[in-house]
Design a binder for this molecule. Structure first.
Ligand code: MD6
Ligand code: FE
Length: 211
């Protein structure tokens, strides 16, 4: 568990790219391992799956969720749902993950969804906006674990110039304010760049207020 004395301490981003804040190395190895243990418990109840894209092909990223809402897709597209496709309610968002939200988000609400993305080998995520939430005043916070991922940041409309940054294990990203609706994605991961995950790969947790 995160030491309580750390709560309430203001932390500052180490990098800001187009308004996207990056807190590099916010989580040390011990904290990363503690979060990973909680993710293992979540996955035992809410197994990873590869959502279908609207193009009829499964995504290369495997996903599951924690919280009151999870992210699922069907033939009609993506949506938030109260249950895993297996019919179970999603497990609760772990306290050590909520600690990260409380430290960096500046938000007055708690996250209602923790999306868990697993990238093995050549998995990637195309440029997208996070815009299925009701309140864009609420930021999105993400935690990277395991192998490094090349995070591309574009603009609030499709197209135009982009900038990229490698996200490492323990880095935390905040997309809020003017940057809340910027297009972003993961072009690739760097296999073997971290020893955190047995079997390799990268996990990204994305915390959002949905309603
Ligand atoms: C990823 N991240 O890092 C994908 N979205 O694997 C996201 O899609 C994302 O990192 C919103 C805010 C932060 C993020
Ligand atoms: Fe996103």
């Amino acid at each position: 568990m995160r030491k309580s004395r750390e709560q309430g301490v203001t932390v500052q981003p180490t990098v800001a790219l187009r308004g996207v804040q990056v807190f590099q190395g916010l989580l040390d190895r011990g904290q990363q391992e503690e979060i990973l243990q909680e993710i293992r418990k979540i996955v035992a109840h809410a197994p990873l799956f590869s959502p279908m894209t609207p193009y009829g092909r499964p995504m290369s990223v495997q996903m599951t969720s924690a919280g009151q809402f999870g992210w699922v897709s069907d033939a009609k597209g993506y949506k938030y749902a109260r249950k895993h496709p297996n019919g179970n309610l999603w497990p609760a968002i772990p306290l050590n993950v909520l600690d990260v939200w409380n430290k960096v988000s500046g938000a007055n609400r708690a996250p209602e969804c923790c999306l868990i993305n697993l990238y093995r080998e050549t998995a990637k995520m195309g440029l997208h906006q996070d815009r299925d939430e009701a309140d864009f005043q609420q930021p999105v916070v993400s935690i990277s674990l395991g192998d490094e991922g090349l995070f591309r940041i574009g603009n609030t409309t499709r197209g135009g110039k982009t900038e990229s940054i490698w996200l490492k294990s323990g880095d935390v990203v905040v997309m809020g304010g003017e940057a809340r609706l910027v297009y972003h994605g993961i072009d690739k991961t760097r296999a073997g760049s971290s020893t955190l995950l047995s079997g390799g790969g990268r996990i990204n947790l994305t915390l959002r207020v949905v309603t």
